[in-house]
Design a protein around this ligand. Structure first.
Ligand code: C2G
Length: 443
């Protein structure tokens, strides 16, 4: 008798899961399925699992392919299970290629091709539906999006679009998804678009995605004009579509915790915020050569403005910019100074000047310091007049951090969390107006 084992979360049970189990069973005579517990998923950093363990087990059982179900509770369990159950074949989807080769000393390891397309007919059967995602643009950030999206439940990345087909194809082959250079076709089988193309192309892509009835998650800066942001959000609202600006810091738990403490009154009234983020770039990169839309502020400004809008709000009285420019006129280093009725703030960013990437929040009773890289907030401290009194806080920041915004958007679309409070439409519109003002004064 040939024994096969496979594992998974099997949340929001879908076609990909069904086909995987079917083919796993066909590999042998007896199929064992390990269904992950909530604790296991938490420990491996998988977010947004909706269905209970009981429901997930029930769904796996209902396929009729399974002879025995076990639960997967801890990292390292696969290694023990394979020996304990005398397993001949370990099978798993091709999104995990290479990852389980360490089991090869004990059994055969088979990676079954993941299901690229989840058809909408299959999805009608469940209450919450898995969201089918297409990516526009396949540069560096899209490369980070892929592994992060694997650790968010309830989605299936299936398409990638690039006007240059060869480029889309390279990315698609690597990640086992479908390449497109035709936008109409790209939109056909997806629910949600993640836009990771150059800044200046965002507006047209968002508009087109919304007009095709797709929800949108767009990389920052979403757009570079206030009127464009207003138009797009109005359209999205009228058509009941979600439009989120992806500033990962806004969604990460450490930053959220820090905001809560800053606003709790612990450091009194907030009077000053200083945020800095610099990243030295090679002179020939897009960020330092795109004469119209490149430079440090369009690239990193969204991060450093974020804590200012979150702590002081969107109603600043004045905003001025000061930059050090390269010979081609692009800013290598920029300071944006905000004046509010009861406070001041500086947002500093650089691509050609290095500085300490810290966040400092000063109040009437004390201050909060978040050391670099504060945009991936983990540790931070609260200080007071007495230098001996220091409160230290810590929070996890998983992987590249993109999974938090993805998971929040999926929960929003499923009606599980129905507000956009982590980075609101209003804040996103003000962000666009700040970008517009910067470009008008600097170019
Ligand atoms: N799968 C697939 N096609 C999809 C989606 C998922 O073939 N479109 C496969 C996965 O590759 C996996 C199984 O379905 O083999 C279960 O997927 P998930 O529920 O997402 O679980 P996963 O996080 O892949 O579990 O111990 C847990 C495992 O290591 C991985």
């Amino acid at each position: 008798m040939v024994k096969v084992i496979t594992y998974g979360t099997f949340d929001l049970f879908h076609e990909g899961h069904y086909r995987l189990l079917k083919r796993a069973k066909e590999l042998g005579d007896y199929l064992i399925v390990g269904v992950t517990t909530e604790t296991f998923d938490k420990n491996r950093g998988k977010l947004g699992v909706v269905d209970s363990l009981v429901t997930r087990i029930e769904n796996v059982k209902n396929t009729g392919f399974v002879d025995e179900i076990i639960v997967e509770e801890y990292v390292g369990q696969k290694f023990s299970d394979v020996q304990r159950y005398n397993v001949d074949i370990f099978a798993i989807g091709s999104d995990w290629v290479g990852e389980f080769d360490y089991l090869k000393d004990y059994c055969k390891v088979v990676y079954l091709e993941r299901t690229k397309n989840i058809s909408s007919t299959f999805l009608r059967q469940t209450k919450y539906k898995v969201k089918r995602i297409g990516i526009i643009g396949n540069g560096r950030i899209a490369e980070r999006f892929m592994p992060e999206s694997k650790l968010v439940s309830g989605l299936n990345v299936q398409n990638v679009y690039n006007p240059r087909f060869e480029s889309a194809k390279r990315f698609a082959d690597k990640w086992d998804i479908n390449p497109y250079d035709d936008l109409e076709k790209f939109f056909e089988s997806i629910d949600l678009v993640y836009i990771a193309s150059p800044h200046e192309t965002h507006y047209d892509y968002i508009k087109s995605a919304l007009e095709h009835g797709k929800h949108v998650l767009c990389e920052k800066p979403m757009v570079l004009k206030q009127s464009q942001a207003e138009e797009l959000f109005n359209y999205a609202h009228e058509n009941k579509l979600a439009l989120f600006e992806g500033i990962k810091t806004a969604y990460c738990p450490g930053f959220r915790k820090m905001l809560g403490i800053a606003r709790s009154g612990k450091i009194g009234n907030i009077r000053n915020v200083e945020a800095c983020f610099t990243k030295l770039e090679k002179p020939y990169t897009r960020e330092l050569t795109n004469l119209k839309f490149g430079g440090s502020f369009t690239e990193l400004g969204s991060y450093v403005i974020l804590p200012i809008l979150k702590l002081f709000g969107t109603e600043f009285e004045t905003l001025t910019f000061d930059s050090i420019n390269a010979e081609n006129g692009l800013d290598l280093f920029t300071k944006a100074s905000f004046r509010y009725p009861n406070g001041i703030a500086t947002a500093t960013c650089g691509l050609g000047v290095k500085s300490e990437g810290r966040l400092l929040i000063s109040g009437t009773k004390g201050y909060i310091i978040v050391p670099a890289p504060w945009w991936k907030t983990t540790d931070f401290e609260v200080h007071y007049e007495d230098p001996n009194v220091v409160e230290r806080y810590n929070e996890q920041f998983l992987g590249d951090g993109l999974r938090y915004e993805i998971s929040d958007l999926i929960a929003y679309l499923n009606g599980i969390d129905s507000t956009d409070f982590k980075f609101s439409y209003k804040e996103s519109i003000v962000m666009a107006s700040i970008m517009e003002k910067f470009l008008a004064t600097s170019r």
